[in-house]
Design a protein around this ligand. Structure first.
Ligand SMILES: Cc1ncc(COP(=O)(O)O)c(C=O)c1O
Length: 433
């Protein structure tokens, strides 16, 4: 089908009326946008009928593939039965069932209370506000500060941004935020002189995404848990990227047998189909908020679309799929195959470190990897490589000059090899100019 007239009109209207996230619009409007019109399994198709492997799972969200029939049916049926109802003052069966299922994903249900919101940022925002209010209610108003780590990314709402530590994103807005200290690593945090002022420590467990897929040293998370226990500080785990199997286990924290006090999940919770997030907390935190009206302990936080029923139905269907399709078992050989396939990139002269954590890969592109010498940042080498990869059937997006590969779990071994080969060709095309 020749849809080019449609593409031209859509492109023009996009350029006239839209403002895209994390995007320099001047450059965006200088080129025809990629207009995605359909998705199926691990692939996406654009308005000119070109097909791509979804190499970053549509910004780290997709799990079982696009348009999985089970999720499509579950969402359609729910939409017909109940599209939306307020979660302020009413409840509904799908949210109740989902909460029950979520809390039992961790053995023994150590985080038995679920607070729903809409996205990763709001899951974190809620966790931070809960932590501050928890200490006020417990009679420790001096615990007013958060600790996070250099390179951290926890979202873009003001609270979540205050614990983020990526200068380009957040420096401009510093000063309007929660009080937060950013530490290079656990050793530096341990030498902090006022742990009694910390309400909570927040961390992306095992791997920092927006920092460029940076891995934490093995055992660090467990040590951090011990540090927090020792000083009575709450531990918030941001599993927005890592949750729902991305690192090879359902949650990243399970690999170090660590339990947080608050757990933030989003992205993959619906299989990557609809916006939904959850903050799971301990019973101890929850009960601190109980009281009479006069005691004023209520957690005043929420959004209009909290626990949207079709989103909850999608999440339930996604959890069913984990069981029915044995998603995590099926993923293990793919993780191993991906490691092998990546070997073909190692001898390219611009490829530095290749980091893998389960089904997440970060590939550093450098002018001189031996000397750790980067390409000038303003050349946007990583972005150029990803654009070049499109011509070889792969869609992904870098973090600066780190190429990201984290496809939907349903990807075939053949598609995995194709994705890596697309990156190899694109690196050669862009770097060997
Ligand atoms: C670790 C982490 N936390 C929070 C967020 C924010 O999630 P959202 O974009 O859904 O607001 C992200 C997004 O990439 C993330 O990677």
């Amino acid at each position: 089908m020749n849809r080019s007239w449609e593409t031209n009109d859509l492109a023009k209207a996009d350029h006239q009326h839209l403002w895209h996230p994390f995007t320099q619009q001047q450059a965006w409007c200088a080129e025809e946008p990629l207009i995605i019109v359909s998705g199926s399994g691990a692939t996406l198709t654009d308005s000119r009928d070109r097909c791509y492997i979804d190499g970053n799972s549509s910004i780290w969200t997709n799990i079982h593939g696009h348009a999985h029939p089970k999720i499509v049916v579950a969402v359609s049926q729910q939409l017909a039965a109940l599209d939306h109802t307020s979660f302020l003052g009413t409840t509904h069966p799908k949210a109740i069932e989902l909460a029950e299922r979520l809390v039992h994903l961790l053995p023994g249900a150590p985080l038995p209370r679920v607070f729903f919101s809409d996205n990763g940022s709001t899951a974190v925002e809620a966790a931070l506000k809960m932590a501050l209010q928890y200490w006020q209610l417990r009679g420790h108003p001096g615990r007013i500060r958060f600790a996070s780590f250099s390179g951290a990314y926890h979202g873009d709402t003001a609270g979540a941004a205050s614990v983020g530590a990526i200068g380009d994103f957040f420096d401009r807005f510093s000063g309007i935020h929660f009080q937060a200290e950013h530490f290079q690593n656990l050793e530096e945090l341990k030498s902090y002189s006022h742990p009694e002022e910390l309400a909570a420590v927040i961390i992306e467990p095992l791997i920092q995404g927006a920092a460029g897929m940076r891995l934490w040293p093995k055992g660090m998370l467990r040590e951090l848990r011990a540090y927090c226990h020792h000083h009575g500080i709450l531990l918030i785990l941001d599993e927005v990227m890592t949750g729902f199997g991305r690192t090879g286990t359902l949650f990243a924290c399970q690999q170090e047998e660590v339990l947080p006090d608050l757990l933030c999940v989003a992205k993959g919770i619906t299989g990557g189909t609809l916006p939904l997030a959850a903050t799971l907390v301990t019973e101890e935190i929850y009960t601190a908020f109980l009281g009479t009206t006069e005691e004023q302990k209520t957690f005043y936080y929420g959004h209009s679309y909290t626990a949207n029923p079709p989103a909850c139905a999608a999440a339930l269907a996604s959890l069913d799929l984990f069981r029915e399709e044995r998603t995590l078992d099926q993923l293990q050989p793919k993780i191993a195959h991906l490691s092998e396939s990546l070997q073909s990139l190692r001898n390219l002269p611009w490829v530095g470190e290749i980091r893998q954590c389960g089904f997440i890969v970060g590939i550093d592109i450098l002018l001189d990897p031996k000397l750790h010498f980067p390409f000038p940042w303003e050349q946007l080498t990583g972005a150029k490589i990803c654009t070049a990869a499109r011509n070889h059937g792969l869609l992904t997006r870098p973090v600066r000059d780190t190429l990201v590969l984290m496809p939907p779990f349903c990807i075939t071994l053949q598609q995995l090899d194709h994705a890596v080969e697309a990156l190899r060709k694109a690196i050669l095309e862009v770097c060997a100019y």
